[in-house]
Design a protein around this ligand. Structure first.
Ligand SMILES: Nc1nc2c(c(=O)[nH]1)N[C@H]1C(S)=C(S)[C@@H](COP(=O)(O)OP(=O)(O)OC[C@H]3O[C@@H](n4cnc5c(=O)[nH]c(N)nc54)[C@H](O)[C@@H]3O)O[C@H]1N2
Ligand SMILES: Nc1nc2c(c(=O)[nH]1)N[C@H]1C(S)=C(S)[C@@H](COP(=O)(O)OP(=O)(O)OC[C@H]3O[C@@H](n4cnc5c(=O)[nH]c(N)nc54)[C@H](O)[C@@H]3O)O[C@H]1N2
Ligand code: SF4
Ligand SMILES: [Mo]
Length: 737
């Protein structure tokens, strides 16, 4: 029996989408508003929730939540709006998008999103674009895991998932999960430690993970590929590799041996700043462990030789016999019960001639349609899925080239830009170019929950829903084969839309209704669940998660999804594309007398996810201002005081933050945080301070700083200098804490 005050309470399973790791927990709402989130005693669910997750009620009920569609009335970026109805907004957006496509072709329409926070967007946005013939889709996963997946597919046709639960050795290349950062991964690593697993951490600073590591290699930023070439050489020279696996399942071993011979340990020690003995010790520890993992890391996703760094991790997994074994790295394949995002995409609907117009296709093809087309028959053979999409983002355009086309019409104009659940202005390299790009558009639509600097540059801002306000069945990013349940417990603002609604309603206005037959998101989930013979309602009535029992060494039946059917230590696809088929180290520009520091972006702040939550009081109070980390010796030399403001300058721009002097930094290095802007200055400072502290102002994307194969920018180690300064103009130090 329910008491009267309980009758308006509703609770259900949630998949937190405040960050991208997607913890599952219970959420309770009352009178349509989220009240609290709670850990659950099931071993599969979140046992501890980070403080971003527990702040969900503050975020979902925040006074600044966008509630009504907005149409720009001032100049672009002036942040002046009129409120309009959802129907009017959608009618006008459809008409104006049609105008851009009529004038410039479908390639003039670009979309940027990241997918995990909007949860249902991605299959439908690609579907919409593919039916129109529009290839220029980009996402933040171009800098985070999506690109790792693309490179892993070159070596063995799938991005593996580390079996941290049973492993005996964990290698963390920078990657630093903590109690309040990717909590479930942190828990898993702690669990492995308790079982006696060794941990090797490679990081220029003494991170939380480095403090607890068996071995910490305090590497010079940006040199991970060189370090891994050294490891590979040790492992081969000392015969520590799995000879049977290499003989039976790999191609290109001889070429690999020749390549690593170019990297004797003395050379690697000189490049990385780590001693030859330590490099060898760590390599032996990894290779000798009975089951070892190198979990995905964003660090090698954002370096000048990113493709080589990621390829080396895939090569190490293979030659040490850690592929698709217990305690190693599992090649799961898609969940057979659920139609994948890739299937929703309809990639065969977009003509090949339009695919070939995708920006990046010629110059940086590894993450574009060009490589996907080469892998397609092999992926279909092994996984039954021709256009594999892992980590919510695949075969996408190169972001730098897209923003250039938007800004300069080179090589052709892009004139309509939709941005969903992504603060694009701050979330790619070269913020100046992104700004020029957005200022040069005929139509910008932002789908957001808060007024971000990116949304301020739009013509239309549509209020989005949040995870407590929608139903969803998540598929582990088609990376692990897990399905997990997210239930609606709260009410979205009346004029808000999910991204499901947005794409469906737009498609109906653009003569694509027959391809968007689902009236509700639940119907779409039913369609996706068809292979299981079950429906969304049946799923939620019986379980909150579905995890197929893993099957190991599947390659013995079908081989690997590569052209040779083997693990390609020398990649035939890279060779066919005209690149070096083997990994190499490419040095970034070195510090100079004028710019003596190596600057790196990153070290996520506990209370925020990326560019978000700077407006959430309970979180912002934990970290009121952005910080540069520097070593005491550097701080003393440059007159930098702990807690005082400084300006970080490079050849290309400057940003401001407070100095945090830290013993654990590698001398000569400075950390610049990602994603800072100042929502509290909206109305008094241009774009709410989007150019004051954002790392994207400094990270540029000229050819000399882009990875060749994928066009990835270099965020980990570029020259800069630090100068003490006053607090940035327009902001009192009180508002900045
Ligand atoms: N310069 C630079 N760029 C980077 C990085 C970097 O370090 N430096 N890091 C990269 C990495 S690792 C990643 S993972 C990506 C992250 O890229 P994203 O995940 O796109 O993160 P943000 O750019 O912060 O944008 C997320 C936006 O989604 C909004 N949002 C949150 N929930 C919802 C929702 O339910 N519905 C809607 N419609 N909107 C919602 C938030 O308000 C926020 O503005 O960025 C990458 N880009
Ligand atoms: N609270 C919170 N948690 C988050 C996020 C968040 O925004 N907030 N974001 C999530 C996302 S999308 C991501 S991608 C992850 C990112 O989180 P992590 O994978 O932990 O990456 P970072 O925190 O950027 O940096 C981790 C370490 O990399 C080191 N590092 C810097 N340069 C180099 C280098 O060149 N080589 C090596 N080996 N190490 C280097 C830094 O010193 C730092 O200690 O965090 C996730 N978790
Ligand atoms: S780590 Fe925190 S923010 Fe990320 S999904 Fe889990 S609870 Fe949410
Ligand atoms: Mo990320």
């Amino acid at each position: 029996m329910t008491t009267p005050h309980e009758s308006n309470a509703r609770s259900g399973y949630s998949i937190c989408s405040i960050c991208d790791i997607g913890c599952q927990f219970r959420t309770t709402a009352r009178d349509g508003r989220v009240e609290r989130v709670q850990a659950h005693d099931s071993p599969a669910l979140a046992k501890n929730i980070c403080y971003k997750g527990t702040a969900a009620p503050h975020i979902h009920n925040h006074a600044d939540r966008l509630r009504v569609p907005l149409k720009r009335v001032g100049a672009r970026g002036e942040d002046r709006w009129e409120e309009i109805s959802y129907e009017q907004a959608m009618d006008e957006i459809a008409e104006r998008l049609r105008g851009v496509i009529d004038r410039h072709g479908p390639e003039a329409f670009a979309v940027s999103t990241s997918g995990w926070n909007t949860q249902v967007t991605q299959g439908l946005d690609r579907r919409f674009m593919n039916l129109l013939g529009a290839p220029n889709w980009i996402s933040g996963v171009s800098l985070c895991a999506g690109n790792t997946a693309a490179v892993n597919r070159l070596t063995y046709g799938w991005m593996p998932f580390p079996d941290i639960g049973s492993t005996n050795c964990v290698v963390l290349l920078g990657h630093n999960p903590r109690k309040h950062s990717w909590t479930p991964i942190y828990n898993q690593i702690e669990g492995a430690r308790k079982r006696g697993a060794k941990t090797i951490v490679v990081d220029p600073r003494v991170s939380e993970q480095a403090e607890r590591a068996t071995i910490h290699l305090q590497i010079r930023a940006g040199t991970d590929a060189a370090l891994l070439l050294g490891w590979t050489k040790v492992i081969i020279d000392e015969g520590l590799y799995d000879k049977d696996f290499v003989r039976d399942h790999c191609v290109g071993f001889k070429e690999l041996c020749e390549r690593v011979d170019e990297y004797p340990l003395e050379r690697v020690a000189e490049i990385t700043g780590v001693s030859a003995e330590q490099i060898a010790e760590a390599a032996r520890m990894y290779a000798n462990a009975d089951g070892a993992v190198i979990p995905w890391t964003p660090i090698t996703d954002q370096q000048l030789d990113s493709t080589s760094g990621i390829r080396l991790q895939s090569i190490l997994r293979a030659i040490t016999g850690n592929l698709d074994v217990v305690g190693g790295e599992m090649l799961s394949g898609p969940n057979p019960s659920y139609r994948t995002e890739a299937e929703l995409h309809l990639h065969d609907a977009i003509p090949a001639s339009q695919r070939a117009k995708q920006l990046g296709y010629e110059k940086h093809p590894v993450y574009t349609y060009r490589t996907a087309e080469m892998l397609k028959p092999h992926l279909e053979r092994v996984w039954g899925e021709p256009w594999v999409d892992q980590v919510m983002g695949c075969h996408m355009a190169n972001p730098s080239e897209v923003f250039r086309a938007m800004a300069d019409g080179d090589p052709y104009p892009i004139k309509a830009f939709f941005v969903l659940g992504n603060n694009a202005l701050l979330s790619y390299p070269n913020q100046h170019q992104i700004y020029r790009a957005m200022m040069n558009q005929d139509l910008i639509v932002a789908h957001e929950i808060f007024m971000t600097p990116t949304a301020m540059l739009a013509d239309y801002v549509l209020p989005g829903d949040v995870f407590s306000e929608r139903n969803h069945l998540a598929d582990g990013w088609a990376w692990a084969a897990r399905l997990s349940l997210n239930e609606q417990v709260a009410d979205a603002p009346e004029e808000a839309s999910s991204t499901f609604r947005f794409w469906t309603d737009l498609a109906h206005r653009m003569d694509l209704a027959e391809h968007f037959p689902w009236q509700t998101v639940e119907e779409l989930i039913d369609y996706r669940l068809e292979p299981s013979g079950s429906t969304f309602d049946e799923f939620r009535a019986s379980k909150f998660m579905d995890m197929p029992v893993p099957e190991f060494r599947k390659y013995r039946k079908k081989g690997f999804a590569t052209p040779s059917g083997k693990v390609e230590l020398a990649s035939s696809i890279l060779a066919d594309l005209g690149f070096d088929p083997l990994p190499y180290h490419r040095p970034a520009p070195a510090p100079t007398a004028e710019y003596p520091y190596l600057v790196f972006s990153g070290v996520r702040e506990d209370p925020f996810f990326q560019t978000g939550q700077r407006n959430i009081g309970v979180l912002r109070r934990r970290s009121p201002a952005p910080e540069f980390f520097v070593h005491p010796v550097d701080a003393a030399r440059d007159g930098l005081e702990d807690g005082a403001w400084a300006r970080l300058e490079t050849e290309h721009g400057h940003v401001h933050a407070k100095v945090s002097v830290q013993d654990g930094m590698r001398p000569g290095h400075v950390r610049v945080p990602h994603g800072w802007w100042y929502p509290e200055t909206r109305g008094s400072v241009d774009l709410a301070g989007a150019f004051v502290s954002s790392d994207a102002v400094l990270t540029i994307d000229t050819d000399e700083l882009l990875d060749h194969e994928q066009g990835i920018p270099h965020f980990k180690g570029y020259p800069g200098r630090l100068v003490p300064c006053d607090p940035p103009e327009g902001m009192s130090s009180t508002t900045l804490g």
